[in-house]
Design a protein around this ligand. Sequence first.
Ligand code: SAM
Ligand code: DTB
Ligand code: SF4
Length: 301
Amino acid sequence: KALYDLPLFDLLKKSREVHDANWADNEIQLCTLLSIKTGGCSEDCSYCAQSSRHNSEIQIERLMPKEEILKRAKVAKDSGSTRFCMGAAWRGPKQRDIDKMTEMISAVKSLGLETCATLGMLKPGQAEQLGKAGLDYYNHNLDTAPEYYDEIITTRNYQDRLNTLQEIRGAGINVCCGGIVGMGETRHTRAGLIAQLANLEPYPESVPINNLVQVEGTPLHGTDSIDPFEFVRTIAAARITMPKAMVRLSAGRQEMSEAVQALCFLAGANSIFYGDKLLTTDNPETSRDRALLEKLGLHAM
Ligand code: SAM
Ligand code: DTB
Ligand code: SF4
């Protein structure tokens, strides 16, 4: 909280120092996301377009066949992405889903991409199977601070999230774990999220910071947006408290000016989702992102 309360430029000076001490100059990691199973989810996450309990107008899609996933992974690789993240709108995978996922993970990995998956809660033993198939990272977010959690999701609790993170760590898979801001939380809550992440032992290797993408029909549609400088502060706080983590400027870039994105990179973000789509919502076109990186003198890792 003390970090958040600093004058903006003092905070940026600190986060820049930490960044420079730990990362090569001007490098940005490009990750491509693919929704491999879309919508119809049993959970009630109030930000999410894919919950069957909300009235968003998304197209529900069954699990994508391996060939189609591979096609998309090749396109991602050819466009310069180094990590490919497969997302499924599940509360958690069933054994038959794990069996299919292990095949997909091995196939994507054999293209020479880092593999990541976000499939919901994991039961004991599931992470091992994914790890053996070649899964490099598993994404599972804390989303917000514990005290605000019940306002956002009621179908599972904070401890469930921590348990899944433990499963991932136990299987030797890298942890990708972050959260969302702009959900009507206070600065205290945002600081609480960063503190939770930074105090995981060890802290996550990847930390996605999402700015809520407001989707019509979801309970959080119409929430007051967060001030852009407050978002930049969140990136800086993540960088200072988790010096060696990849801090990803994640959802919300489509709605963000280039100037604010540049401030996020200055503050220590060194990763983005690259590709025209996130899961169900739009991300900047790759050509626009390439032009932005070029303008800023940044290059792909
Ligand atoms: N179903 C799995 C789960 O919840 O763990 C995996 C996919 S889920 C969509 C992955 C993450 O995306 C969520 O934890 C949340 O942080 C983020 N997310 C989902 N909808 C979002 C939105 N509208 N704006 C910003 N981030 C969002
Ligand atoms: C994460 O933290 N952000 C990504 C990824 N992990 C899976 C998802 C963002 C989703 C944005 C809303 C959508 O496209 O549905
Ligand atoms: Fe389901 Fe994940 Fe969306 Fe929650 S965030 S509703 S678990 S897809």
